[in-house]
Design a protein around this ligand. Structure first.
Ligand SMILES: [Mn+2]
Length: 418
């Protein structure tokens, strides 16, 4: 480090507390932040004169310089093993701009968005999902092994990229929300030659993400024209608390109260535990017309029939589907690395076929996998199982592309008394 850059970094570090203090003390109207959309309330005051004000979201101006638009393969060799090469999601090629997505006819763009506030720390969830260690079976690259259930290698069937990370403010979740919403809309706004659009898959990050993720999709598909399948141990529709509107505990309520999503278009799966909701929350669900399958009801009726009901109702509904997968729906035996683990949850054996079928049989337009907190999990099963969820969705999308019939299982692997 040269003395000059050293001084610059010291100056930057020294500015950070000032920037934070400016948010609290400033009453200058010039510092008011614009609303996300016209007619909506501004979320927070920020000091626009701070020299670090927009570093976190300012795009490099040479992103496209010296190259044709399209995905960039950052690996040197045709194929390799997990411990070789540059880590991206599944060692996938990288894309940086919507022009790259369009030029590569990219069907799925996976990106990180690690929003956090006081109760959700920076967890390295997206970075750990890129890292091959301890979940290396998913990271052979160049030669992808087909899944047994479909007979397909999804990464050979689909154009999938690592789209980097959404812009996230290091100090203010409120400042991140409009940026993430715009980022999701930008990806979902890419129209492909066959008339479909790129599917964003967002890796979090706390569940506060659900608000900008779903809102960004409604910016493309229309307000009230999205259905949400929400896997979670918690209902995430708490009334606002401590004066904060945007938390990991209330995105469902915000989306409905803001008129972006209709209550009838939400189904919640796997709710349980004392932290989920109380009876007044259940009453709110009923008033809003939400459907919900608490874990206790799933246990009584069986997961098979419950899944069939969910799939049938989603098909009857017909609106594009956003799949919100909070990893704490899974039992902490399999996924301990999450912020609010609740014992008595779903098994991976139940989750994986459900995700595959939803991504195969429904009109999926977006997905999020949230509440990753792998540093709480020295055994790495959290990342292994979260990757398995992501893989099964890609598997389902590949089956959809091939036009496989609903509930398909590769006949070559079935005994069927033959
Ligand atoms: Mn949640």
């Amino acid at each position: 480090m040269t003395p000059k850059t050293f001084l610059a970094s010291v100056a930057l570090a020294a500015l950070m507390p000032l920037a934070a203090a400016a948010q609290i003390v400033s009453v200058d109207e010039e510092d008011e932040m614009a609303p996300i959309r016209e007619g909506e309330e501004p979320l927070i005051r920020l000091n626009r004169h701070d020299p670090t004000y927009d570093l976190w979201k300012k795009m490099r101006d040479d992103l496209q310089e010296g190259r044709e638009p399209g995905p960039i393969n950052v690996q040197r060799y045709v194929g390799g093993f997990p411990w070789v090469g540059i880590p991206t999601f599944f060692h996938l090629p990288v894309a940086l701009t919507p022009e790259d997505l369009k030029a590569g006819q990219v069907e799925v763009a996976i990106f990180g968005a690690e929003m956090y506030n006081g109760m959700r720390v920076q967890s390295y969830g997206p970075m750990e999902m890129r890292a091959p260690m301890k979940s290396e079976i998913y990271h052979n690259w160049g030669l992808h092994m087909p899944e047994l259930d479909s007979g397909l290698a999804a990464l050979d069937e689909l154009n999938v990229v690592d789209y980097g990370d959404a812009p996230v403010h290091p100090l203010s979740m409120e400042a991140s929300i409009p940026e993430v919403r715009n980022f999701v809309a930008e990806v979902a706004g890419v129209e492909l030659e066959d008339g479909r659009r790129t599917i964003p898959i967002i890796i979090g990050g706390g569940h506060a993400l659900m608000y900008p993720d779903a809102a960004g999709l409604t910016d493309i598909y229309g307000k009230g024209n999205l259905q949400i399948i929400h896997f979670d141990a918690h209902a995430d529709q708490a009334p606002v608390g401590f004066g904060v509107f945007n938390t990991h505990g209330n995105p469902v309520r915000r989306l409905i109260e803001d008129g972006l999503i209709t209550g009838n278009d939400v189904v919640q799966i796997g709710l349980r535990g004392p932290n989920s909701t109380d009876l007044s929350g259940v009453a709110w669900n009923r008033e809003q017309g939400l459907r919900y399958h608490m874990q206790i009801e799933i246990d009584r009726n069986g997961w098979g029939p419950t899944l069939e009901t969910i799939l049938q109702q989603a098909k009857a509904n017909g609106k594009p589907v956003f799949l919100s997968f909070d990893i704490d729906v899974v039992d902490p035996a399999f996924i301990p690395g999450t912020s609010t683990p609740e014992p008595g949850g779903m098994y991976m054996r139940e989750v994986l076929p459900a995700i595959r079928r939803m991504c195969h049989e429904l009109n999926l337009v977006g997905m999020e996998i949230v509440e990753l907190r792998p540093e709480r999990d020295p055994g790495y099963t959290t990342i292994l199982n979260s990757k398995a969820v992501l893989r099964q969705c890609l598997n389902g999308l590949a089956m959809k592309k091939r036009g496989f019939p609903d509930d398909y299982i590769n006949p070559e692997i079935l005994d069927d008394d033959q």
